[in-house]
Structure formats: C-alpha cells, structure tokens
Design a protein around this ligand. Structure first.
Ligand SMILES: C[S@@+](CC[C@H](N)C(=O)[O-])C[C@H]1O[C@@H](n2cnc3c(N)ncnc32)[C@H](O)[C@@H]1O
Length: 314
C-alpha cells in the first residue's frame, strides 16, 4: 500500500488533471445544493437585496459550479455585473454578460482575480472542498497527520502535526484522547483570507455547513459523495470529498445561521393568500413553490443550519 497525506491526496482527487470537479457534469451531476432550482432562485433574490442594501453592483461567485447561482442572479437583476470562478472553462450555456475566471482549485485562487471593487463576493460551499490536513490522536496523545491509500481509502497514522497547523489545532480544536480526529482548518482560513485580500471594497460571504468552537465533532466529518450517495472516502477522483468548515476561525465580522440571514433579507416562507388561488391560479402555484423553497432554505437540520461568515472590506 502506498499512502499519501489526506490533504495532498484530496487536492489531487478533486482538482488534478482528472479530478472530480473537472467532470463536465459539475457538482450538480452528483448532488443538490441550495443554489439549484427554485431554492436557488429565492437565494439569488435575497443576495440581490443584500447587494442593493450595500450599494454593490458586482457579484463574484467563487466555487460557482457550472454557474447555477449566477443564472438565477442574472434573472433576478440583469443590471448586476456577474463573475463566476471555478476550475473549468466558462460554461457555454451561461447568459452572455456573465464573466468567468478559471481557477486552479482548492485553496489556490486565480492570479487575475484582484482588486474587486463594490463587490458582493459569495463563496457558497467552497471552503468545505478546500483540502485540509486530517489528523488523529495516537496512543501517546500525539496528533498525527493521517495518510490514505489512493485506491482503497485505508488510513495509517503519519508524521506528527506541527508548526502553524499544530498551533491552529491547539487553539481551535484541542484533542488528546486516542482516536479523536481533527480536521485542521488552517488551509481554509488561509484560502478565505487570500480571497479577502483580493477585495478592495465590498462584502464577502462564505456560506457553508460547519461548526464553531465547543461543538467540534470528535470523529471529524470527512465524507464522500458519488451520484447523490454517501460513499467511503477514497481519493481516486470518482467522488466528492468534503469536510465541515470551522466557520468561527474564518476572518469575519458576523457569523450567523442561514435561517437568520435569510429572514433578515425577507425570506420568511409565508404561504400566499388563498384568495390568489381563485384570482390567478398560475401565480398562486408559483408563489407556493417559492414559499416551499424558502422553507427548504431555512429548515432546521438542513440548509437553515448553514453558517454565513460575513466580512466587510474597505
Ligand atoms: C460543493 S461545490 C459548490 C458549487 C456551487 N457553489 C453550489 O453551491 O452549488 C464546490 C465548487 O467549488 C469549486 N472550487 C474548489 N476550489 C476552487 C477554487 N480555488 N476556485 C474556484 N472554485 C473552486 C469546485 O470546483 C466546485 O465546483
């Protein structure tokens, strides 16, 4: 068995030349996120409102998939300047005005993404696919980086975690019992900071599933998905590899759950009045669909528990 540290194996499996995210179908071919379908349209409407509240005229979607959220944003407000960033070339089906910047993937961002001005920068489910060191405490209480076999997914303990990663773990995710796992979030913090450095003025919002200090999962959260199903994490490029984000360690001004964030932007899930059904059945059905999508976006135990880390810049 030849083993590689999880962080390197993960990077190669998702963003290498035959990486999972280079697949033509994109993430949508394997799982659904809140940016798809009617929930995506409702989310886009809320983001347009957020942009207007802050007088921002440009929305940059980092980790844009195949542009699903951008399409909804364009429909919601065609006057917005829109830019997508992801690891593939510009999807041909995107509306003509939408700009696109190809990215290396993982924690690395494109060099020509710079000096974003008056921009609302959204990173929706980006950081959970930024590879991080996965550690496990050994029988002597030492946190070691796990190595993984690229073919079978079998894990072995490797070198002790050290330097800034060990500092991060001690500060944010202390673990000392043998067998406890730690997903060292330093690479996500650095990726996020690198994105913030590219914003000259505006608002950056990371939206992801995650945890805060005091509620870290002692067995970690590393999970794989293939065609909608959770499968054994094997870094062979055939499945997504994701781990929850330590959202509180990202540089932020506000950290709130999605339910609260969206309620503040008018997404209340209220059902349309019955009288509309008689007056305009078509409109009633449309409103009903949006109200059900709003409930999906704010549901406890689901998308409503996602966290928004918000940072104002400039
Ligand atoms: C879980 S998917 C989310 C896609 C979309 N935002 C959504 O919510 O449906 C993560 C996306 O992030 C992209 N990604 C990962 N690292 C990236 C990077 N450094 N720059 C741009 N996109 C990246 C992946 O290629 C993938 O499309």
């Amino acid at each position: 068995m030849s083993s590689v540290e999880w962080r390197d194996a993960w990077q190669h499996a998702l963003y290498g030349p035959r990486g999972f995210y280079r697949d033509e179908r994109g993430p949508r071919g394997h799982f659904t996120t809140a940016t798809h379908g009617t929930p995506g349209a409702v989310l886009a409407g809320a983001l347009v409102l957020l942009a207007r509240e802050h007088a921002l005229t440009h929305v940059v979607d980092v980790g844009a998939g195949r542009g699903e959220l951008l399409e909804h944003l364009h429909s919601a407000d065609p006057t917005l300047r829109l830019t997508g960033v992801d690891v593939v070339d510009r999807p041909a089906a995107l509306p003509a005005p939408v700009e696109w910047v190809p990215s290396p993937g993982g924690r690395a961002l494109p060099d020509d993404l710079q000096r974003l001005s008056g921009a609302l920068v959204i990173a929706h489910e980006w950081l959970d696919v930024v590879p991080c060191t996965v550690g496990e405490v050994d029988d002597h209480g030492v946190l070691r980086a796990l190595e993984v076999d690229r073919v079978t997914g079998a894990e072995v303990l490797g070198r002790p975690v050290e330097g800034p990663e060990l500092d991060w773990a001690r500060t944010h995710w202390p673990a000392s019992s043998p067998g406890e796992r730690v997903e060292v979030g330093l690479s996500r913090d650095e990726a996020w900071t690198s994105l913030l450095r590219r914003v000259h003025s505006g608002l950056a919002v990371a939206v992801d599933y995650g945890h805060r200090g005091g509620e870290r999962p002692s067995q970690g959260t590393l999970t794989a998905y293939r065609e909608g199903r959770a499968v054994t994490p094997v870094p062979d490029g055939s499945c997504d590899l994701t781990a929850h984000v330590a959202m509180d360690t990202l540089d932020h001004d506000d950290l709130i759950d999605q339910r609260t964030a969206l309620r503040g932007l008018g997404v209340d899930g209220a059902t349309p009045p019955f009288t509309l059904a008689a007056q305009d059945p078509q409109a009633y059905l449309g409103e009903l669909e949006r109200s059900s999508a709003s409930a999906t976006l704010t549901a406890p135990g689901g998308f409503g528990d996602f966290l928004w880390a918000v940072k104002r810049v400039g």
